[in-house]
Design a protein around this ligand. Sequence first.
Ligand SMILES: *Cc1c(COP(=O)(O)O)cnc(C)c1O
Length: 396
Amino acid sequence: MSKILDEYLTENLQELKDNGLYNEINVVEGANGPEITIEGEKMINLSSNNYLGLATDETLKTVAKEAIDSHGVGAGAVRTINGTLDLHVELENKLAEFKGTEAAVAFQSGFNCNMAAIQAVMNKEDAILSDELNHASIIDGCRLSRAKIIRVNHSDMDDLRKKAKEAVESGLYKKVMYITDGVFSMDGDVALLPEIVEIAKEFDLITYVDDAHGSGVMGKGAGTVKHFGLQNDIDLQMGTLSKAIGVVGGYVAGSQDLIDYLKVAARPFLFSTSLTPGDTRAITEAVQMLMDSTELHDRLWENGDYLKKGLKELGFDIGNSETPITPCIIGDEKTTQQFSSRLMEEGVYAKSIVFPTVPKGTGRVRNMPTAAHTKEMLDEALRIYEKVGRELNVIS
Ligand SMILES: *Cc1c(COP(=O)(O)O)cnc(C)c1O
């Protein structure tokens, strides 16, 4: 090994460990469901993004196996060479129908979508206004475009209007985009899309919504943009197929011209092999299930409301979430981490999230209830929360 690399790795790993920032990754033994097993211990899982429980759905498993039988395990090439299978076209037509747009294009992951679409549309002569709490993949996608990045205070519409006006009137930029998460994953709050659209119209901003946590959850399943009925006003709707949809992959939905352009200009589309047949077929089926019935969506919200109500009644601070994402704000970083470890010992798997992911002093344990949790599981989780909460003097 290179000596310089060796020193670099040793130093960095040591520094992370010294500062308590080195993350030991737990291995889940078996499927990622409402209950999971880690080191032989069964726990109630409140940490997944598997909102609708589709990751282990029997129908999806069956159609994925059938697609492997008919189409094989891999797509064989990038989309533009000969990796565009009939299954991909079916999926993209279904996604466009689901999102209420003219067209859609699928990518290998949500992260890849943000690498692909921002860079394809924006370049160094442009500016991007970006909510300060946007996801890491948005930040990286913006950097890759080489556009000027202008941070906007979180969901602050006065700040957005002011910075949009400055950017447009400066005459320095050819195009200006506003990019935001649809649902913010740490607090569960929802982007103020009607106000955003109004400001975008005033200044001719390009609008881009990353709905990774909104798809399957908001708008009766169809996402945050549809929740507000703004399908014709948001230019790029991006989402992931790995959270509520339960599989893997991502998509961008929008006008036919936008999608045609992404298929010739988006680098992860051009240079990375497409989704596997099994995944693609399972995703199409999952989207169809969401279009046919809101049963899973309704159960997710019911469970989210139940958990929130229970934690609140116990005296916990659950923030201002507008979605099933349920933060339980503990405060200082050390107590938060201790709280999460004690929950785990007692049988609840809910991860602590601390600075720098969230502001100092707002450390939290984040709970992600799903449609697959039973009331008994949630009651048991609440019982454990009460026990650990009293023990660590978080509640009285
Ligand atoms: C999870 C997430 C992504 C990445 O999606 P993957 O499909 O897991 O790559 C992108 N944006 C946001 C806001 C996310 O929460």
